[in-house]
Design a binder for this molecule. Structure first.
Ligand code: ADP
Length: 530
């Protein structure tokens, strides 16, 4: 334990010398004074761990000196030397929080025992305080983790800070939007009016200095502080305060956390500044996180609005295209049947492209229905094998044009399933036409359907270019296409897979892809039986 600084106050020289010799031989650093007044002055000049003092001294007595010292150095341990071991003095000293007594005459051993014992008890007390200080930090952390609302978070910070150091008031000031001045953002108790204090030039100046230097300001008594704020302190009845800067990074201060005591002689404990530093560090991170969260939320809202506008635009465009397209197709159909030769070929090209346009418009409308949750499933008992057959029949011409082969495998145990035939058709034809579209000429495509526990699993496999793993989820998003839009060689708007996903999830199934670049892709989806 040795090494601590001990202040010895006794008017008898031989006692001072005995104490000094005994204690420094043990490794303590000692400083001797002759009376109470000198003791107070010495303690003001430098901090001591222990005051060893005689009770009766000329001028200021030992008990009074100890009391005066404890006002600005509350953690100093006091041991009293008394030649008048009267009960009255012992009781008074006990009330004042003295740790030990040594009665004159005493042996060096008795003195050492008293000093060591007092220091050990103080050590234990400090450890206890430290442990207790951890509790508010835990509480605070828990609250910080769960709070993303900035104003309630700020209130929690000041409430916890005030309770943690037993202060009468606490205040949190943060830099304003322009980072020009600080504003009071939370006070505890919540009713305190701190604006006049905060807006004063002196306060703004001090806070700015603290934020720039990153240093904490601890003022233990009004008299010991001759800097700015003295007027306001007395105005507000404040006797001691601690201002702790808050910052996430040294170059980016956020503000300052202040705790204040209004009782005279009630200085803060030696552990309080450290506790407030830790607390402010945590609070700064939590405040920054909550602010970021708010910003993300705002950006997310904006994105949602944009997305909604886009989706409404698509809806309007699709609706507006439907009627002229139907008229166009009607006339083109008529022309195709009435014309011959090259003119008929041209009319056929018009019909073909009008059909493509009609499918795109249908995709746009389907997507919109899915997005606004208006799409409904109309299930009926059906044969998956039959739907696959219909889809393959309707798309085989596209595959043949690219000299591709399509193979269908339906497992023997495949039973009828309750599903929406139209939607199943759309899902399958989207996957199959993608397989045909992305697989080079001469490629091979397999469609498979099998029973898997409580669901039917259908897959479409191709020998196309494959899809890099990091895009396996992305391709199911609306308008996402792997190829750059300006250089892409395949048709489409990037809606097919998002419609597939929307529909499959609507009936409670799952959809995914397994694919490797250069080795083709296999798209899977399921239809649950329940
Ligand atoms: P579109 O086919 O209109 O581009 P989709 O939503 O159907 O839109 O597909 C999105 C993207 O996923 C495609 O642009 C393509 O990059 C990729 N993709 C889809 N199916 C396949 C496939 N079978 N092989 C390789 N890439 C595919």
């Amino acid at each position: 334990m040795a090494g601590e600084k001990i202040l010895i106050a006794d008017d008898e020289e031989h006692i001072r010398e005995l104490c000094a010799r005994t204690l420094s031989a043990e490794g303590y650093q000692v400083h001797c004074v002759e009376d109470g007044l000198q003791a107070v002055e010495a303690a003001r000049r430098e901090p001591f761990d222990l005051l060893l003092t005689d009770i009766l001294m000329p001028g200021l007595g030992g008990l009074e000196a100890a009391q005066a010292i404890q006002e600005f150095a509350p953690d100093v341990v006091c041991v009293v030397i008394t030649g008048h071991g009267t009960m009255d003095l012992v009781i008074e000293a006990l009330k004042l929080g003295f740790y030990e007594f040594v009665a004159k005459p005493f042996t060096p051993d008795e003195l050492l025992r008293a000093v060591n014992h007092a220091l050990e008890r103080e050590q234990l007390r400090r450890e206890n305080v430290r442990l207790k200080a951890l509790l508010p930090l835990f509480e605070l952390n828990k609250a910080f983790m769960s709070t993303v609302d900035v104003s309630s978070l700020l209130q929690q910070v000041v409430d916890v800070a005030r309770q943690a150091v037993n202060a009468d008031h606490s205040l949190l000031v943060l830099l304003d939007y322009n980072r020009r001045k600080v504003l009071a953002r939370a006070v505890s108790p919540a009713s305190g009016q701190w604006d006049r204090w905060v807006t004063s030039d002196q306060f703004q100046r001090i806070v700015r200095q603290l934020m720039e230097s990153g240093q904490q300001l601890v003022v233990q008594e009004r008299g010991a502080w001759n800097g700015a704020l003295t007027d306001i302190m007395s105005d507000w009845g404040i006797h001691s305060f601690i201002l702790t800067p808050l910052s996430v990074k040294p170059d980016r201060p956020l503000g300052v956390l202040g705790v204040f005591r209004t009782t005279e002689g009630a200085a803060f404990n030696s552990g309080d500044p450290t506790l407030l530093t830790v607390l402010s560090g945590q609070a700064a991170i939590a405040i920054e996180n909550a602010r970021l969260f708010q910003e993300i939320q705002r950006a997310y809202q904006e994105l949602r609005q944009l997305d909604q506008m886009k989706s409404e635009f698509i809806n309007i465009a699709a609706h507006e295209l439907r009627t002229p397209l139907a008229i166009l197709m009607g006339h083109a159909d008529l022309l195709e049947s009435e014309l011959t030769g090259t003119l008929q070929e041209r009319a056929r090209a018009i019909v073909r492209n009008a059909v493509r346009l009609r499918d795109l418009v249908a995709d746009m409308l389907d997507l919109r229905q899915l997005e606004i949750g208006k799409m409904r499933i109309r299930p009926q008992e059906l044969s998956v094998r039959q739907v696959i057959k219909d889809v393959v029949t309707d798309t085989i011409s596209l595959a043949r044009a690219k000299e591709q082969t399509i193979e269908v495998h339906g497992s023997a145990d495949l039973r009828p399933v309750r599903a929406d035939p139209q939607k199943l058709y759309i899902v399958l034809s989207n996957l199959l036409s993608n397989a045909i579209k992305f697989t080079p000429a001469g490629g091979h495509i397999e469609v498979r359907a099998l029973e898997r526990g409580e669901e039917v699993q259908i897959s479409v496999r191709d020998t196309g270019p494959g899809i890099p793993p990091h895009l396996h989820d992305k391709i199911f998003e609306s308008f996402y296409q792997v190829e750059e839009s300006l250089t892409r060689e395949h048709e489409g708007m990037g809606l097919g897979l998002s419609i597939v996903k929307g529909m499959v999830e609507l009936w409670g199934g799952q959809v995914w892809v397994e694919s490797e670049v250069g080795k083709g892709s296999e798209f899977f989806f399921t239809i649950p039986r329940r």
